[in-house]
Design a protein around this ligand. Sequence first.
Ligand SMILES: *[C@@H]1O[C@H](CO)[C@@H](O)[C@H](O)[C@H]1NC(C)=O
Ligand SMILES: *[C@@H]1O[C@H](CO)[C@@H](O)[C@H](O)[C@H]1NC(C)=O
Ligand SMILES: *[C@@H]1O[C@H](CO)[C@@H](O)[C@H](O)[C@H]1NC(C)=O
Ligand SMILES: *[C@@H]1O[C@H](CO)[C@@H](O)[C@H](O)[C@H]1NC(C)=O
Ligand SMILES: *[C@@H]1O[C@H](CO)[C@@H](O)[C@H](O)[C@H]1NC(C)=O
Ligand SMILES: *[C@@H]1O[C@H](CO)[C@@H](O)[C@H](O)[C@H]1NC(C)=O
Length: 458
Amino acid sequence: MQPLVFLALAAALHRVSGQALSAADVSTVTADLAEGAKLSWELGTRAQSLLELYVPDFSVFSSTALPPPTSVPSNTTSAIAPVFSIAHNVVSALKNTTAQPEALVNGDGAAGDPASIGVAVLLANWTGQGAADGLDYAAAARNQLDYLLDVVPRTSDGAISHRAAQVQLWSDSVYMVPPFLAYYGVLTGNTTLINEAYNQIKLYRNYLRDPKTDNLWKHILLGNDTSDSANDEGHWSTGNGWAAAGMLRVLATMKNSPYSKTFSNQQKDLASWVKEIHTAMFANLDSTNIFTNYADQPINTTGMFYDTASTSLLASTVYRVSLLWNDHSHLPNAEKCRQALFASGPSGTSSSSSPSSAPASATSPAASPSATVAPLTDLSHFTNDGWLTPVVNPHQFGIQGQDSPEGQAFVLSLQAAYSEWVAGGSVGANAGRRTVTSTTAGWVWLGSAMLGGILAFA
Ligand SMILES: *[C@@H]1O[C@H](CO)[C@@H](O)[C@H](O)[C@H]1NC(C)=O
Ligand SMILES: *[C@@H]1O[C@H](CO)[C@@H](O)[C@H](O)[C@H]1NC(C)=O
Ligand SMILES: *[C@@H]1O[C@H](CO)[C@@H](O)[C@H](O)[C@H]1NC(C)=O
Ligand SMILES: *[C@@H]1O[C@H](CO)[C@@H](O)[C@H](O)[C@H]1NC(C)=O
Ligand SMILES: *[C@@H]1O[C@H](CO)[C@@H](O)[C@H](O)[C@H]1NC(C)=O
Ligand SMILES: *[C@@H]1O[C@H](CO)[C@@H](O)[C@H](O)[C@H]1NC(C)=O
């Protein structure tokens, strides 16, 4: 079948069923992400979401055993190409890949964020990309590891700081660092590293979990240098999402590896800590089914706004925990969020008139989206250009922004997890809500999304 026929079919199903993204919609979101992701963690998050949606066999969530295949099948090369291109660009920009502790990219003061690109670099090494482009991916990954383990400051009990210039713990770090440590450990057969991924999460949870709010995680603690970065004791919704998603990536890396039995207790802990965040977060969801930027602060709080980015990320983790761990407790909540996020209606416009301000060190913002991508005109939480809205400013977490690259990545992660859940029979959905038709639509969607994604990069 021609790709265009697939796209048309998916679009038709979209209009009939509502509350779903068509393959064309997803291609537009993917293209926006490609254009917008510039900073360290945006590149790492983009790579991860592309693997989840377009190259599931090479994602840690695949039930096919880790480590992944050492060569890329010919029918997968174009889908994985953007991931390798992130790794290639990062590693080719490194001046010196002889042995020395060194982050993969400039983290703008963050010690943890550059490690988010580590999985893409390890995958490039593992599948022999260096033979084609002459780059030493293994050395770059090694240097990134040594930087984290030997250079970055730590708390007295060993938690690796998220900042380079002071000891400061951010919930964000759980997505950036432990998944890299665990993946490195599995690919090199180093169980100490796999355990360290778990240990770091455990330490971060000890500091950031707030029993006073029924276990929401605080955002940023322990810093003492506001000229570097101030603390944020608020319960930032995206931070809770980063923590849950990072824990699930480590859980999946353990579970799908040869070391699953060795780490069975750690997996149980991780699953229960993800559920703990879900229980805390969903208790704060109001009738819009979109989280506020700080989940426990109602929308009428001064300066508060709704944030579809964190809502997408958290919903994605609910489908993931259902697929990975057969825990379906929060699926009705995730379904409500997903339906709100993908609801039909006039295309959304961002209510913020000023564009997101990037940090001084950031490269200039991307130009307007390419004219070749299809406009989204019928989804209320997406602009015509395909950007999720409303969203927190991804470079200034207290205020509303526009055009969030990480938000686009979270949509892809949500689409990936949701589609797999539908393809697997929507296990755990409320009785009577799922039908055979929606399952079929999910399968068709999956096929067309693959082609749509490939076209977006052609
Ligand atoms: C690629 O081909 C293999 C073997 O023919 C098949 O199992 C796999 O599903 C294909 N993958 C994709 C992404 O089409
Ligand atoms: C690269 O790093 C190594 C180890 O620190 C050092 O000995 C060497 O001089 C460096 N090379 C360049 C070109 O900077
Ligand atoms: C890089 O890939 C090689 C070959 O597959 C593997 O032996 C080695 O352990 C890998 N190194 C890292 C750091 O993953
Ligand atoms: C801030 O914390 C660092 C450790 O992160 C410590 O070395 C330094 O002395 C502290 N500075 C102040 C002013 O407390
Ligand atoms: C595992 O990795 C750590 C950190 O690089 C290293 O110190 C240790 O020797 C490794 N263990 C094995 C068994 O290779
Ligand atoms: C804000 O909304 C909550 C209900 O979510 C209500 O209890 C509270 O009184 C409101 N506060 C203000 C200042 O309007």
